[in-house]
Unconditional design. Sequence first.
Length: 507
Amino acid sequence: MLLSELVSTAEEVTATASRLAKVDALSRLLARADADDVPALVGLLLATPRQGRLGVGWRGISALEVMHADEPSLSIGDVDAAFEALAGASGSGSAAARTDLLSALAGRATATEWDFLSRAMLGELRTGALGGVLLDAIARASDRPAASVRRAAMLSGDLGDTAVIALTGTAAELDAVGLVVGRAVLPMLASTAATPTAALEVTGRASVEYKLDGARIQVHRRGDDVSVYTRSLADITHRVPEIVEIVRGLPAHDLILDGETLSLDEDGGPRPFQETMSRFGADVSRELVLRPWFFDILHIDGRDLLDEPLSIRLAELEKAVGEWRMPGVVTDDPAAAEQLSREALAAGHEGVVVKGVDAPYAAGRRGKSWVKVKPVLTYDLVVLAAEWGSGRRQGWLSNLHLGALDPSGEFGEPGGLVMVGKTFKGLTDELLRWQTEQFPSFETRRTQSTVFLRPEFVVEIAIDGVQRSPRYPGGIALRFARVKAYRPDKSVADADTIQTLRSLQRG
């Protein structure tokens, strides 16, 4: 398939706010595509190349000076091969090699194709073709039930591979996609409530568990082979040998566990989230030891537990992990839930998660079966820009422009970001220094006062609420926003939506 067909479809999808029209256009594209092209095609549509990081930044792309082709000739396969070479470039001379590869690709692409490829490589496509829309398009193109496609995608963790199975395999082969020990699946997610009592009203009888200010982990074990994955399914096994050692000592042969990890200080209290995350992106240091807490089990010794109620999974979890289980209590008594929340907060943790005991494990879904309760309202937002500081912050990138996800396109392009406020509060000198070093590599443009960024940085922001404001397109502004922590474990697709923030308005 020619790249120009994909680009034309992306333009068609971008031009409409209708979800049905998007699904229709994408399904027609998928139905025409060769099976070998589908994984790369899906990666391009989602601006997440199947090769992962390509080692390509805005500066490298903007510095290219090439003449583009007059007529389209690039195929999806050509682009995929070029991305493969970019991702594989390493060692001495790799920067020059990437420049040569980019120049060659840009020279073969038309101007329109190169604009599309540049944005795909930088994660800046705003077609509104988010995962949910593309899932529906795959279902329509393959004439398979949307629920079957969605489940296969969640359990395989790869939408491109799921599309290939749906489009070329049988219905039975699609339904057969299941848990595989050693292959990460998308984690189940939680909604929010103001109090444990309010959460219980949603879930009914529930397991009320500590909510740590830690990092989500998913651990797979087959015999002595242990793999540890982050929330975004990145493999961090080599970074966390102490967790690997603990799981190898558990009384089972095969396991898939869901949990959190963090580091404790000398008094047994939790260290800041950023210290825990530093272990995921640096060489192993035994000076900062991570401890796991497991709160769910998806598989044990040949038995899948996804569709079992939480009550069954907790019983199996207790037998499998013992002392490494997350503290909690099963109750329908609001007083007991409130008491556990007070205990969690007193121990220095964030709050509690309330989980309905009758619910199955809904991989990759955010529903009402799990409800998190934290005393401070926190939301994951995206850094759109940063302003140069003044006074003692002179020379540092400081005041952050914050955006929320707009999946429906209610306030702009579907799948885009809408600005909801600014803040410089909560930024330590260490974070200011880090921002100033890192942000210029992600710059898209700048003014005298502000550096505008590609939307790649997710930051957890604490707020006291929102208020009506004509200043921002979404009609609201954050009240007393302050930075809690950057969340490198989350992608832009995990950010909170403008609709969620608007629901906080009173009156």
